[in-house]
Design a protein around this ligand. Structure first.
Ligand code: CP
Ligand code: NVA
Length: 322
């Protein structure tokens, strides 16, 4: 066990290492860096530290809709004394198809960081390759690493220590599930993904998460039985069955996911102290029942608020405000 001052020195060192770096995947961070970001986010939330990004500008390039991510990044930059510029694809040349190589190099002359929401993970990787400023994945089809930071901050607030807890995600093995698996593995949380056959998370991500988890004494499992997936878990998590870009599959997915609603019966199988999480937006009556999302176990609005605190910590670390 480290002393409090040795712990805070190692937290500070982890945060300094992140200066100038990208966050494209939850696995871009080490266990120590992830824990340090959560510690900083918690301190920011409690008003124990003041971070400063005055004079810094974050560019937002969002090719998909967003409420929480867009607003929390904007407010986070404002609270840190910086500003955001919305590079709306419909009014910039981004939507016209200017090459990423050109856009990224030009924008790097103007802004101090880019938060990008798009479809292919390869696009954020391309931006990161060409940009000389940090690039943050604000959601792709593959991952949602900023969401996972807020999610584990929420779990940490409720249970104190993360290692040894079990988080069960039920539903589609999607971007949110992928980042929860990787980030949870780094934090020593056991992650179970329960999904119908055919909707499992990406195999490469599963293997990566399993190997990261093993080095922290944790496990990552994929199960095809909802009750087995949630039994005894400390957090139950779900997300939409059809993500942005999968609108045409909405109806076939609703049939495939019958029996996978996170409802009161499923919640009764979890640990009695279990909390319920959802990244939002949610469809009540599909992936989650109205009673569960509005019930006493639900922490979904604390979780949404934590996007703001986690991203202040992240921005300060990457853009040099710690
Ligand atoms: N959870 C999340 O990323 O929400 P938005 O799509 O509203 O940003
Ligand atoms: N999986 C969802 C998350 C939305 C925040 C999607 O990609 O649409």
């Amino acid at each position: 066990m480290q002393s409090a001052s040795a712990q805070s020195a190692s937290t500070a060192a982890c945060l300094t290492e992140l200066r100038g770096r990208d966050l494209l995947s939850s696995a871009d961070l080490s266990s120590e860096q992830t824990s340090a970001l959560l510690a900083l986010a918690s301190a920011v939330k409690q008003g124990q530290v003041r971070l400063d990004l005055s004079g810094k500008v974050l560019g937002l390039i969002f090719l998909k809709a967003s409420t929480r991510t867009r607003v929390s990044f904007s407010v986070a930059m404002g609270r840190l004394g910086g500003q955001v510029i919305d590079l709306d694809p419909s009014v910039t040349q981004v939507g016209r198809g200017e090459p990423i190589a050109d856009t990224a190099r030009v924008l790097s002359r103007f802004v101090d960081g880019l938060a990008i929401r798009t479809f292919a993970q390869a696009e954020v990787e391309d931006y990161a390759h060409w940009a000389s400023v940090p690039v943050i994945n604000a959601l792709t089809d593959l991952e949602h690493p900023c969401q996972a930071l807020a999610d584990y901050l929420t779990l940490q607030e409720v249970f104190g220590e993360l290692p040894g807890l079990t988080l069960s995600y039920v539903g589609d093995g999607n971007n949110v599930a992928h980042s929860l698996m990787l980030c949870g593995a780094l934090l020593g949380v056991n992650v179970r993904v329960g999904c119908p056959p055919g909707f499992a998370p990406d195999d490469g991500i599963c293997k990566r998460a399993q190997s990261l988890a093993a080095s922290r004494g944790a496990t990552v499992e994929v199960l095809h039985d909802p009750v087995a997936a949630v039994r005894g878990a400390h957090a139950l998590y779900t997300d939409v069955w059809a993500s942005m870009g999968q609108e045409e599959e909405k109806e076939t997915r609703q049939q495939a996911f019958a029996g996978w609603c996170l409802n009161e019966d499923l919640l009764a199988e979890a640990d009695p102290r279990a909390i319920v999480l959802h990244c939002l937006p949610a469809y009540r009556g599909l992936e989650i029942s109205a009673g569960v999302i509005e019930g006493s176990a639900s922490r979904v609005f604390d979780q949404a608020e934590n996007r703001l605190h986690a991203q202040q910590a992240l921005l300060a670390a990457l853009l040099g405000g710690v």
